[in-house]
Every structure is written in structure tokens, then in C-alpha cells.
Write a protein that binds this ligand. Structure first.
Ligand code: GTP
Ligand code: MG
Length: 237
């Protein structure tokens, strides 16, 4: 959500009589809908802000890193706020009533950021530089690079705490950061597209084949890392 959406809400509120009431009748249905929607929109807005904070930190590190070490550790950054339907579905799955407070306490991935790095070592360097910043707290870490999932999935997942500063004061927010190399992202994207693989015939074979692909891709990542390290070493000498 952004400023445009906020203005849109205000505009809707102003024109209630002539606009939304046509759909909801004039029994207060439109007002009620907007009243319920408002805290939810604020929740999404706060998460957008938290994403911007972390994204800026990553961009700063990328710029500085490229001056210092002569290469860009970040290939690309993708941010997303979980869409309302997915938020409600996940709360349902977890069996928790979807109040704003419950949503904020239960879900760690309303704000999500994916950082695609050039080399595996860049992932750890960036994660380290980010978590060492004194306004960032590390809430949880899952290292699926050191310990890949049984299906072969690799990425470094961090849940970070970050403050955002609003008109009424400071709010502590959570952001899920997924670090991957281009190679890990290539595998994860295709794996995601085939997520119904369990429903097909020969599911076991397909899962085993995907795991072999993940391992092969990882071996190439390591070789590319090794090539880069050799080039760097050469440059130093
Ligand atoms: P959920 O967030 O409910 O999935 O559980 P969790 O918080 O325990 O999950 P985890 O931190 O292990 O993974 C969260 C996210 O990582 C998912 O939403 C996906 O984006 C990604 N992910 C995890 N496992 C896989 C996988 O096997 N394949 C792919 N393509 N992505 C995965
Ligand atoms: Mg998650």
C-alpha cells in the first residue's frame, strides 16, 4: 500500500453517500467495511515501510561493497507484502483468529524481501553486515544453505526486527529476508512452479530428480565461487 491507496480510502469515506452506499445500502454497511478495513490497511502500510528500511540498508551495503571490493554482491532485490487473502488463509491454517494483533504476533513473513546474490560467500557477508547494524535485531535464522531442506531447497532465511518511525512514535516490525544465489533462485523458482509435484504419478522419482538438480546446481555455485576467489587472489598478488 502507498499514499495513493490512503487517499483513495479517504476519498471513499468522503463520498460514502453517493458511492459505496449504492452497493451496501445506507444502513452503515459501507462505513462498517471501511472501519474494519482501515486497521488492516495500516498494518500493510507499516509492513511496506519496514521493507523500505531494510531495502535501503541493503542498497547502501551494495554500493559501499562495490567500491570497497570491486564487485556488486547483490544481483537483484524483490520485495512484497503478503496479500490479504494469503494472510487470512495462513491464519486459518494456524488456527488463530485473524485480528490485527494476532496477525502481527503470529506471522513473521507479512513483509518479505528476497535478495539474489552473485556468490554464496556474498550471502553470509551481507547477512552479517545487516544483522550487525544497531537498529536491526536478529529474531530467527534458518540456514538452508548449510543445511539444505530434504528436497534440495537452499537459501538463508532471516527474520529481522526493525523499527519504523510514524507520526505517533516508533513501531517495531518484522521482515523475512531470504538470501539466495542466482543458481539457488533458478532452482527455487522452477520448484515453486512445480509445487503440485506430489499429486502426479511417479512423484518419488520426480522429487528425487529435483533433489539431484539442486545438488548439481549447488556444486556449480561452489565452482563459480572458487573461480572468483582465484581471480581475487591473482589481483592481490
Ligand atoms: P511457512 O512460512 O508457513 O512456509 O513456514 P516457515 O516459516 O517454517 O517456512 P520457511 O522459513 O522454511 O520457508 C518460508 C519460505 O521459504 C516459503 O514461503 C518459500 O518462499 C520459501 N521456501 C521454503 N521451502 C521451499 C521449497 O522447498 N521450495 C521453494 N521453492 N521455496 C521454499
Ligand atoms: Mg515463513
Amino acid at each position: 500500500m502507498n499514499i495513493m491507496t490512503e487517499n483513495y480510502t479517504t476519498a471513499l469515506q468522503r463520498q460514502n453517500g453517493s458511492g459505496l452506499d449504492r452497493f451496501f445500502g445506507n444502513s452503515g454497511g459501507a462505513e462498517q467495511l471501511l472501519e474494519t478495513a482501515q486497521p488492516f490497511m495500516e498494518l500493510l502500510m507499516r509492513n511496506e515501510c519496514a521493507l523500505k528500511e531494510i531495502e535501503t540498508k541493503l542498497n547502501v551495503l551494495n554500493d559501499e561493497f562495490s567500491l570497497q571490493y570491486d564487485h556488486n554482491p547483490i544481483e537483484s532485490i524483490k520485495t512484497r507484502v503478503k496479500d490479504p487473502m494469503s494472510i487470512v488463509e495462513k491464519m486459518k491454517r494456524k488456527g488463530v483468529a485473524p485480528t490485527i494483533e494476532n496477525i502481527e504476533n503470529t506471522l513473521n513473513d507479512i513483509a518479505g524481501i528476497r535478495v539474489i546474490c552473485s556468490f554464496p560467500q556474498d550471502i553470509y557477508a551481507l547477512a552479517d553486515m545487516l544483522t550487525r547494524q544497531d537498529d536491526v535485531t536478529l529474531i530467527a535464522k534458518k540456514d538452508y544453505i548449510a543445511n539444505p531442506k530434504p528436497n534440495g531447497y537452499r537459501s538463508l532465511h532471516l527474520i529481522l526486527g526493525i523499527p519504523i518511525f510514524l507520526s505517533k512514535g516508533k513501531r517495531q516490525m518484522k521482515v523475512e529476508v531470504q538470501f539466495r544465489t542466482i543458481a539457488m533462485d533458478f532452482w527455487a523458482s522452477l520448484d515453486h512452479k512445480m509445487r503440485y509435484k506430489q499429486d502426479v504419478e511417479n512423484a518419488d522419482e520426480i522429487i528425487a530428480e529435483l533433489k539431484l538438480c539442486a545438488d548439481a546446481i549447488s556444486a556449480i555455485d561452489m565452482r563459480m565461487q572458487d573461480i572468483r576467489n582465484r581471480i581475487e587472489k591473482d589481483r592481490e598478488n
